[in-house]
Structure formats: structure tokens, C-alpha cells
Write a protein that binds this ligand. Structure first.
Ligand code: PAZ
Length: 319
């Protein structure tokens, strides 16, 4: 297995065809919100795929439904952030997630009278009205910009291009990297052009390591931003050590650790201690009267981002 640096990755893997077009929309969105002195959050959400063929029939995928990202995006919006929501195509999205086809099919809440007269069932109307009001308000005010990816390659190219644009928001930018990103991929140079045939018996594929893009993100792409990454583990004992190792290696601000099965009930925030010598951890747990842990996660991050902005301003003042 070889491992790619971010430079060698972008030098050898082709960019997705519609990248420029996607980025020009993001650019306009960012410019407007910078002019209006607004904080901007980039939320990544859902899982990336790893295609196995150039004419792709088969691919590797992961479990992520995009719940964390879609839910958190709504809370960032409610705190006044402009949100760039970069998500896996067809994964959950802010607002519409409340009526996902599998858990809460919206057709079940409609009542049919005749072909021109359809209404929302009275029991569901207040809840739907609340979601609809927020959705309309966010869209009327242009607070949410949505982009999609499918493959790991699309994800990496989009993230780099958005970071380059968002770096203009400086300390007012917050990155919330909740997408479940593959650690391994198959470079295009090693992919079969056509569908892999079964006539050769068992299939052996050697994948390369995806470059660790947090490093250039922190050091080069967007050095003044407040960057939050997520760490998912299935072994509890690995959460804190892996989070500390990530902070040590990449030098960003917060790692939020979560265990696969308890991720909707508890998460741990790991960050550098104030003297910079060690690390501090604090747990957030879902309280009985709450339904979504993202409410607390985002509240805590908004507070920490505010402190980050103030510290940066003080540094500029006393320089
Ligand atoms: O999308 P979801 O709500 O089903 O899951 C969220 C999550 C577990 C993917 C996210 O909280 C996370 O940990 N993302 C980073 C995963 C990783 O690359 O370690």
C-alpha cells in the first residue's frame, strides 16, 4: 500500500468535472456573508464512496446517514451562522430530514379529499408548520448553501476548493467535519476501466491511504479558522488517545469523539488545555428532556468559536 501526500493526491487524481461551477456559487455565498459580518460554518455530512471501476458498477460505502450533519446545520442556522452544507448526495438534509422517507414518511401526514384538495393532518400540522417556517425563513434570507459529493475524490476536491474560498472569512469561519470519510481509496491509475469480471475467481484489491488533509487545511488552506473534526471508533478505549493524536498531528482546535452505537447519546470534546501542555476532555450527554444531542454540541461550539474570535482580535490589537 502506498500513501499519498495531499500534493501528490491532487497532482495525480483528476478533479470532478463540475468543480468550478460548484465553487462559483460558494464564492458568491461567502462574499455576501463576509460583507454582512456573519460567522460562516462549513458542515460536511454523510459518507463518501470509493469506486472500484472507472465505469463504476461497484463501490465501497459506509453507514453514515448524515443525521449528525443535517441536524447540526439546523442548530448553526438557529445561532445566526450562514451554513455551507456539503453532503453526500441523497443523505439527510436540514429541515427535510424531519420527514425522511424511511423514518417519518411525509405522505403519512397528508389527508386526501380530492385531486385538488390535500391537507396536513391536524395532529401533525403544528410541528410541520414550525419546520416549514424555519425552512422558508432560511431560504428567503439566503443563509444556507448546499453542495453534494458522492465519491472520496469529489469530497477532497470540494473541501479544498471551499477552504480556499472560506479562508477569506478568517477567524469567522468554523469547520464542522462530520462526514464519514473513507481512509482508503483506489487511485484512478489502478482502476479497471470496465466492470470487474468474476471469471478470475476471488477478488483482491489493494487500496492506498487517503491523504490526511487536515494538515494542509490547518497550515495552508485556512489557517485562521476554527476547525472541528470528528473521530468515530467502535472501541471506546481508542477514542481519547486517537483524538489527542489527531490534535497533536494536525494542530486544529477540537476533536469530537463518538462511539458508533452511542453516538446519538454521548460525545466527548477533546482540545488542548489552556496552558498548551496537555489535553482536556469534556463529555456531553443527552439529557432526558432533550431529543437531539446536536443542540448541546453546537451550543458549546458556538461559545468556543466566540472565544476564538475574541482571542484573535486581542492578538491583532496588541500586536
Ligand atoms: O451521519 P451519522 O449521523 O449517521 O453519523 C455521524 C458520524 C458518526 C459519521 C460522525 O459523528 C462522525 O464521527 N464522523 C467522522 C467519522 C470518522 O471519519 O471518524
Amino acid at each position: 500500500m502506498s500513501s499519498f501526500s495531499s500534493e501528490s493526491y491532487f497532482a495525480t487524481q483528476p478533479p470532478p468535472p463540475n468543480l468550478e461551477e460548484s465553487i462559483s456559487g460558494v464564492r458568491q455565498f461567502i462574499d455576501r456573508h463576509i460583507q454582512e459580518n456573519r460567522r460562516i460554518a462549513l458542515v460536511t455530512s454523510g459518507g463518501t464512496t470509493v469506486p472500484l471501476e472507472l465505469n463504476v458498477v461497484r463501490f465501497l460505502d459506509n453507514f453514515s446517514a448524515g443525521t449528525r450533519g443535517a441536524t447540526s446545520a439546523e442548530y448553526f442556522l438557529s445561532h445566526g451562522y450562514a451554513v455551507i452544507f456539503m453532503h453526500r448526495q441523497f443523505s439527510l438534509q436540514p429541515f427535510s430530514r424531519h420527514y425522511s422517507h424511511s423514518t417519518n414518511p411525509f405522505l403519512d401526514f397528508l389527508e386526501f379529499k380530492d385531486s385538488v384538495d390535500i391537507s396536513v393532518s391536524p395532529a401533525e400540522a403544528p410541528r410541520l408548520a414550525e419546520v416549514l417556517k424555519s425552512y422558508k425563513d432560511v431560504h428567503t434570507r439566503g443563509m444556507l448553501h448546499t453542495l453534494t459529493f458522492v465519491t472520496i475524490n469529489e469530497y477532497l476536491y470540494l473541501l479544498r476548493a471551499i477552504s480556499n474560498e472560506l479562508s477569506r472569512a478568517k477567524r469567522y469561519a468554523l469547520y464542522y467535519l462530520a462526514a464519514a470519510v473513507s481512509d482508503f481509496f483506489l487511485p484512478t491509475q489502478k482502476m479497471s476501466e470496465h466492470k470487474i469480471q468474476s471469471t478470475k475467481g476471488s477478488l483482491q484489491i489493494e487500496m492506498d491511504q487517503v491523504p490526511k488533509i487536515l494538515k494542509p487545511m490547518v497550515n495552508e488552506w485556512t489557517p485562521e479558522a476554527f476547525i472541528v473534526s470528528f473521530k468515530l471508533e467502535t472501541d471506546d478505549n481508542l477514542l481519547i488517545p486517537k483524538a489527542c493524536a489527531a490534535l497533536e498531528r494536525y494542530g486544529h482546535q477540537v476533536v469530537i469523539g463518538n462511539e458508533l452505537h452511542r453516538r446519538k447519546l454521548e460525545v466527548v470534546f477533546v482540545s488542548r488545555s489552556s496552558d498548551g501542555e496537555g489535553f482536556q476532555e469534556s463529555w456531553i450527554r443527552l439529557k432526558n428532556d432533550q431529543s437531539e444531542i446536536e443542540n448541546e454540541i453546537v451550543e458549546e461550539l458556538v461559545k468556543r468559536h466566540g472565544e476564538w474570535i475574541n482571542r484573535k482580535l486581542e492578538y491583532i490589537r496588541f500586536r
